[in-house]
Structure formats: structure tokens, C-alpha cells
Design a protein around this ligand. Structure first.
Ligand code: T4K
Length: 402
């Protein structure tokens, strides 16, 4: 089989993105938007937002859902709701938005290591990171791989620490038959365009606690308790009606989207099962993830090619794979100077992980072609390395443009 290094055009005429948004609910969306315009109710706790919140709470088995502008603001409102102060312990292996959300409101992110199988917070390292300044634990259910909820609760409760789960990747996910959503004090979701269920931009807080839900609702709308009454310092973090309208339009398609993503992930597993040095990460036993990205681990010694050389080849083939979440938050400029201690599992993962496109519009033929390119890259590792490896560059890690 030929590769782009043989001089043929890229395998895909247009880019295959990690995070290609679901566009399939347009007709239903148009109908809801007509209603929004007829009623001229665009924001401030409108009927679409209320209906969307009820549906999301029901889907995740929680009493409350508070819809918000995006997942990052959801983390901030949640941390404010929990009265977090001082240090917040979170994994370094997460989107930088998790760390920024805390730092932006004056908290200090403290990074801990992760479990090598699930890439989620390692409870034993969490224990080592707790200090008298710790107020809150912020575990991340990354890629829909859920945390060890029981162990984290065992650590948090006796120490009086609050727990906020970042479940940005978990809309529609479940663990052992229980929807992800009701664990900890609060959870957040993201409905960013790249997520399984999206509202263009959007986020939410989930909780079973009435008082926390009331506080979060106050905080997202300036602390207003009436037209001229303000109970506390708040902010504008409200979801608007057009976002909620798209969320409502997509909800009937969620099972289809999730099934397609799961089916695609299985197709990657099948297509790459015999490629030495390539492993597809699978959700832990009993976890029903929607697998919105396909996660590969590249063992350079066995595969013959570094993760980064393969990434360059894939981009040249118009397969826009991503290194989520390399290099880890603790290595990023705003945090690197103050971070202390080794995070060996995070470091290793950041060097080997590669996320492949997986969205509901991807067809079996495209997945087979991606797998075949990866297999061929391994077979012709020397040639690919010559074209894309460190020998071809001064800098070993290429700066990929969007
Ligand atoms: N916690 C975690 C664990 C998270 O992963 C995130 C967000 C958050 C918290 C914060 O939630 P939000 O505040 O975002 O609601 C993307 C997303 O912007 C971000 O939502 C997401 N995680 C993160 C993992 O990925 P980028 O900068 O990597 O995205 P970008 O613009 O490169 O998009 C990825 C690819 O998707 C593009 O190359 C092309 C394609 N794409 C993207 C968009 C937006 C499209 O085809 N159409 C589109 O509209 O951050």
C-alpha cells in the first residue's frame, strides 16, 4: 500500500478532525429556533434552557442540572458554590481549562498523577498531595473513563474536603449501570461543539443537593433573588436559548451518536489489533463510555516509529490526530514554575498518547483506511522516520498548525 511519502495525494481530500461536531439535528433545531423567535425569549432562564436542564438531569439521574455558558465557567461556578479556597487537587492529565478555571478565580491547582489504565486521578497520589491548604478535590472522568468514585469519597469525607468531578467528556456515560452525574458534591459537563452532545458552546452543573443547586443558580445570574435584590456577588454564566435549542434538537439523537462512536471505537480496536506497538485504550470493566475520541498508545520501541513521527504522517494524510493532553498541565508555562514532584504516569502517557477522530459521521471505510495507514507506517517505519522523524527536523516535536 502507498503512503503520502510516496508522492501520492493525501488519503483524505478534506481533513478528518478529532472533534468534528454533530450536525445531524438541523431540521429539528430550525423548528425550535422558530419558536424562540416567535416568543422573543432569547436568554435569562428561558423555556428551552429549562426544558434542556430537565432532560439532562433525567439523563444523568440527578435532581438538578444548572445549564451554563461553557464547561470552564461551570467549573468556576461549581468551585465558588463549594466555597473552595487555597489548593485544589486535580490530575495534570486534563484539558488546561480545568486548571485555568481554578487559577482564574485565585485558587492554586495542585497536580497529582493518574492511574495507568484509566488515566484518571490516582487516589494514592491524591492522598500524598493533601495539605492543610487543600479545600477541594477535582478529579476528571477523562475520555469517559470514570474515576474510582468510592475510594475518592473515602479520602474526601473524613477530611471535610469537597469533591467536584470534571465530567466534561461524560454526557450519556454510565458506570456499572449508574449514569455518571450524581457522584461527589457537584459534577460539571461540557456541551462544547466537539463533544458527544453539544450546544455549540455550553456546560452544566449536576447535583443532588438542593442548597448547592440554589447557590449555583444564584451565582450564574449575578446573585439576583428578585429584580432589585442581590444576595451575593455573582456573574453572568447563563446558557442562552439558541444553545439550549440545539441541545434539545440533538437529545433524541444521543443514543444513535453514542452507538456510532462505540461502534467506531470497536472498529479501530479490530483494525489495529495486529499492529505491534499500537494499543487502543478501552474503558474499564463495567463503564459504558460514549468514546468521543479513539485513544491510541504508541510504544515506539515495538512500533518502530515515534508517536510524533506518526502524528506528522497522519496530518500529511489529512487525518488530524491530536496529542490530548500532552504535555500535561504541570508542564505548561503558567504552572511549570510552581509545580513540585514527579508525575511519572502522566509523563509517560503524554509521550505515547494519540487521539484519533471518532464521531458519528465517520464511516467504516474511513476507519479502515486510517488503520491501514497506521499499520503500513509501522511496516515502513524507517522510510516514515526519514520523512517525518527527528532526522527530518531540528525540533523533535513539530508545531502543527490547525
Ligand atoms: N474539562 C475537560 C476535561 C475538557 O476536555 C474541557 C474542554 C473542559 C473542561 C472545558 O469545557 P469547555 O469550556 O470547552 O466547554 C477543544 C475544546 O475547545 C474543548 O471544549 C475540549 N475540552 C478540548 C479537549 O478540546 P481545542 O483547542 O483542542 O479544540 P479545537 O478548536 O482544536 O477543535 C478540535 C478540532 O475539532 C478542530 O481541529 C476542528 C474540529 N472542530 C472544532 C470546532 C470547535 C470542528 O470541526 N468544528 C468546530 O466547530 O479544545
Amino acid at each position: 500500500m502507498s503512503l503520502v511519502i510516496d508522492g501520492r495525494p493525501p488519503a483524505f481530500a478534506s481533513p478528518l478532525h478529532v472533534g468534528h461536531p454533530w450536525t445531524g439535528s438541523r431540521a429539528r433545531f430550525d423548528g425550535i429556533v422558530d419558536r424562540v423567535f416567535r416568543e422573543a425569549r432569547f436568554t435569562n432562564d428561558g423555556p428551552c434552557v429549562r426544558e434542556f436542564e430537565s432532560a439532562i438531569a433525567a439523563l444523568h439521574g440527578t435532581k438538578h442540572c444548572i445549564a451554563l455558558t461553557n464547561g470552564t465557567l461551570a467549573i468556576q461556578i461549581a468551585l465558588k458554590t463549594l466555597k473552595a479556597e487555597g489548593e485544589v487537587i486535580m490530575p495534570s492529565f486534563t484539558f488546561v481549562g480545568t486548571a485555568h478555571a481554578a487559577a482564574w478565580i485565585g485558587l492554586r491547582p495542585v497536580f497529582c498523577d493518574i492511574d495507568p489504565a484509566t488515566f484518571t486521578m490516582d487516589p494514592e497520589d491524591l492522598l500524598r498531595k493533601i495539605t492543610p491548604a487543600t479545600s477541594c478535590i477535582l478529579p476528571v472522568n477523562v475520555f469517559g473513563n470514570v474515576c474510582d468514585f468510592g475510594r475518592i469519597a473515602e479520602i474526601a469525607r473524613p477530611r471535610g474536603l469537597r469533591t467536584l468531578y470534571d465530567s466534561a467528556h461524560c454526557t450519556g456515560c454510565a458506570a456499572h449501570g449508574v449514569p455518571v452525574g450524581g457522584q461527589g458534591d457537584l459534577q460539571i459537563l461540557s456541551f462544547h461543539a466537539t463533544k458527544t452532545l453539544h450546544t455549540f458552546e455550553g456546560g452544566a452543573i449536576l447535583t443532588n443537593d438542593d442548597a448547592l443547586a440554589d447557590t449555583a443558580r444564584l451565582l450564574r445570574n449575578y446573585g439576583f433573588t428578585g429584580h432589585e435584590r442581590v444576595a451575593c456577588v455573582g456573574i453572568n454564566a447563563k446558557m442562552h436559548e439558541i444553545s439550549a435549542a440545539y441541545g434539545l434538537a440533538c437529545l433524541p439523537d444521543l443514543s444513535f451518536i453514542a452507538e456510532r462512536q462505540r461502534r467506531n471505537a470497536l472498529a479501530y480496536e479490530h483494525g489495529l489489533r495486529d499492529v505491534p506497538g499500537i494499543a487502543v485504550q478501552t474503558p474499564p470493566e463495567g463503564v459504558d463510555s460514549t468514546r468521543h475520541v479513539a485513544v491510541l498508545l504508541v510504544d515506539e520501541a515495538m512500533f518502530g516509529l515515534s508517536r510524533d513521527a506518526m502524528l506528522e504522517l497522519l496530518w500529511a494524510e489529512n487525518i488530524r490526530a491530536r496529542r490530548y493532553f500532552a504535555p500535561g498541565c504541570h508542564r505548561l508555562k503558567p504552572y511549570a514554575d510552581t509545580h513540585r514532584g514527579a508525575l511519572p504516569v502522566t509523563e509517560r502517557l503524554a509521550e505515547t498518547i494519540l487521539c484519533l477522530p471518532n464521531d458519528a459521521s465517520l464511516d467504516a471505510g474511513s476507519i479502515a483506511a486510517v488503520c491501514e495507514i497506521i499499520a503500513e507506517a509501522g511496516r515502513r517505519a524507517d522510510e516514515v522516520r526519514m520523512a517525518f522523524g527527528p532526522a527530518a527536523h531540528e525540533a523533535p516535536v513539530p508545531a502543527l498548525t490547525r
